[in-house]
Design a protein around this ligand. Structure first.
Ligand code: PMP
Length: 439
C-alpha cells in the first residue's frame, strides 16, 4: 500500500521514470526525493502559499522551497525587482551601486556586522566564512554541534542527522560524515559537540583553544526542528570564544528573517560572523557572509583569504534582497507572521490534546517541527532522534493526500507571509483528519 490512494499521481510517476534516466534518482538535489512517497513530486508552478503539480493537484505548501520563499512563491515585489534589474544587462558581473546600497541596508539589521560579501548558496557561504575564519586566526579546527546543518561542503558536512549507532556517546559525539567522498583527513579538523551542554563545550574549547579557528552554530537549530539554545549556553559560547580567540559564526541561513527583520536572536548575542541564505533572497538564489571589519578585511584583495566568483552578487539577485528588505521592514510584517504561527501551532496542540496523541509541536517563528512520541521540549539532537519516524511518514502521507504538503523527510516545516488564516484553518482540518486516520 503506497498510502496515496485517491491522489492522482500518474503524470508525476511517468515523469519520474523519464527523469531517472537522465538525472541520478530523477532529482537535482537529494532532499527533493520524497521518501514517504518513494519518488519526488514534479511541480508545474508555485503561487503564494500553493504548489500545483503536473497531475493538477493543489497543495498548501509547508516546505516553501526549504524555507527560501518566506514571502511565498512568486511574490510580486520580488518578481518586479528582478525584472527591473534584468534590464541592467542580464548577469552583469560587475560592481554597481545596487550592491553597495543593499549592503548598507542589510548590515543595519545585524548588530555588530560591519561588512558583507555576497555568495550564491548556503553551502558556499558557510564554506567561505570558515575559510576567512581560518585565515584570520591562523588556525584550522572547527567546532559544530550535532544535529546542526551547514550545507554539503567538505569542511562541515558532518553529523547533521547521524546514525546513532555510529555517533558515539551523547556527551562526546564522534564526527560522522554526511557523505562518502569527504577526505578522512578532514575528520581531524572537526569537533562535534552536543548542543546546550555547557560542561562539554567549556572542556572542549579550553583544551583545543590553540587549534580552533571557529565555532559554527545555528542560533536556532531549525535543522533539528527548531531547538532553542538555553540563555546560559549562549552566554557560555559567546564568552568562551571571545576569551579563547575563536571566531563565533552564526549560521542564519534558515533562522535569518524567520523571527524578526535580521538575526533570530536580535541583540541577545552578537557573533563575530553571520552567514545568510534562503529567505534573504526572497526566493532567489543568493547568500552572504558578514562579519566585523577586522575579520572581513581578511578577504582578498585587502587580506590573504581568496574570495571571488563570476556569479557573486549579480544585480538581478541583489535586487531581490532589496525587495525582501522592503517587505520585512513594513510595519506589521512580523506581527502578522507571528499571528499565523500562533493560530497554526495553537491549533496543532489542540488537535493533539483532543485526540490524545503524544507529540511535541516545536514552533519557533515561521518554522516548526512536529515530533511524534515526545512530550517535552527537546534540547538537542539526541532528544529529537527519539521521535517516531514511521508515524511521521504516515502523517505526512495522510496530509499530502488531503492537499497539505509537509516535505518528507524534513525535520522542519514552515509557512510564508502568503499563507492566509483560511489556509491555516484548512491545514488544521487536514491535520485533524490525518491524525484521526493514524489512531
Ligand atoms: N545552513 C543551514 C542552517 C541550512 O539550513 C542550509 C540548508 N538547509 C544550509 C546551510 C545550506 O544551504 P544550501 O542548501 O543553500 O546550500
Amino acid at each position: 500500500m503506497s498510502g496515496t490512494e485517491g491522489l492522482s499521481l500518474g503524470q508525476t510517476r511517468a515523469l519520474w521514470e523519464r527523469a531517472r534516466t537522465v538525472m541520478p534518482g530523477g532529482v537535482n538535489a537529494s532532499a527533493r526525493m520524497n521518501s514517504a512517497l518513494g519518488h519526488p513530486l514534479f511541480m508545474r508552478r508555485g503561487e503564494g502559499a500553493y504548489l500545483f503539480d503536473v497531475d493538477g493537484n493543489r497543495y498548501i505548501d509547508y516546505c516553501i522551497s526549504h524555507g527560501a520563499s518566506l514571502l511565498g512563491h512568486g511574490h510580486p515585489a520580488i518578481t518586479a525587482a528582478v525584472e527591473q534589474a534584468l534590464g541592467m544587462g542580464g548577469l552583469l558581473a560587475y560592481e554597481t551601486e545596487l550592491q553597495v546600497e543593499v549592503a548598507e541596508r542589510l548590515l543595519a539589521l545585524f548588530p555588530g556586522m560591519d561588512m558583507v560579501r555576497y555568495t550564491c548558496s548556503g553551502t558556499e557561504t558557510t564554506w567561505h566564512a570558515l575559510r576567512v575564519a581560518r585565515a584570520y586566526t591562523g588556525k584550522y579546527g572547527v567546532v559544530k554541534f550535532e544535529g546542526h546543518y551547514h550545507g554539503v561542503n567538505d569542511t562541515v558536512g558532518y553529523s547533521h542527522w547521524p546514525d546513532l549507532a555510529k555517533a558515539g556517546p551523547a556527551q562526546r559525539p564522534r564526527p560522522v560524515p554526511d557523505s562518502a567522498g569527504i577526505p578522512p583527513a578532514n575528520n581531524d579538523l572537526i569537533t562535534i559537540l552536543p548542543f546546550n551542554d555547557i560542561e562539554t563545550l567549556e572542556d572542549s574549547l579550553r583544551s583545543q583553544a590553540d587549534t580552533l579557528a571557529a565555532v559554527i552554530m545555528e542560533p536556532i537549530n531549525y535543522d533539528s526542528c527548531g531547538l532553542m539554545p538555553t540563555p546560559e549556553f549562549l552566554r557560555c559560547v559567546r564568552e568562551l570564544t571571545r576569551e579563547l580567540g575563536i571566531v563565533l559564526i552564526f549560521d542564519e541561513v534558515l533562522s535569518g528573517f524567520r523571527v524578526r527583520a535580521g538575526g533570530a536572536l536580535g541583540v541577545t548575542c552578537t557573533p563575530d560572523m553571520t552567514v545568510l541564505g534562503k529567505a534573504v533572497g526572497g526566493g532567489m538564489p543568493i547568500s552572504a557572509f558578514m562579519g566585523t571589519r577586522e575579520i572581513m578585511e581578511t578577504c582578498t584583495p585587502v587580506g590573504p583569504a581568496l574570495h571571488s566568483g563570476t556569479y557573486n552578487a549579480p544585480p538581478v539577485l541583489v535586487a531581490a534582497i532589496g525587495a525582501l528588505l522592503d517587505e520585512v521592514t513594513r510595519p506589521g510584517f512580523y506581527e502578522h507572521l507571528k499571528a499565523l504561527g500562533a493560530r497554526l501551532y495553537g491549533g496543532m496542540n489542540e488537535i493533539l490534546a483532543r485526540r490524545g496523541v503524544k507529540a511535541w509541536v516545536q514552533g519557533v517563528g515561521a518554522r516548526f517541527g512536529l515530533l511524534f512520541g515526545l512530550d517535552r521540549e527537546p534540547r538537542n539532537y539526541r532528544d529529537v532522534a527519539q521521535q517516531d519516524m514511521e508515524k511521521m511518514r504516515l502523517f505526512h502521507l495522510a496530509c499530502l493526500r488531503r492537499g497539505v504538503y509537509l516535505h518528507h523527510v524534513s525535520p522542519h516545516h514552515g509557512y510564508s507571509i502568503a499563507h492566509s488564516m483560511a489556509d491555516i484553518g484548512e491545514t488544521l482540518d487536514v491535520m485533524d483528519a490525518a491524525i484521526k486516520e493514524l489512531l
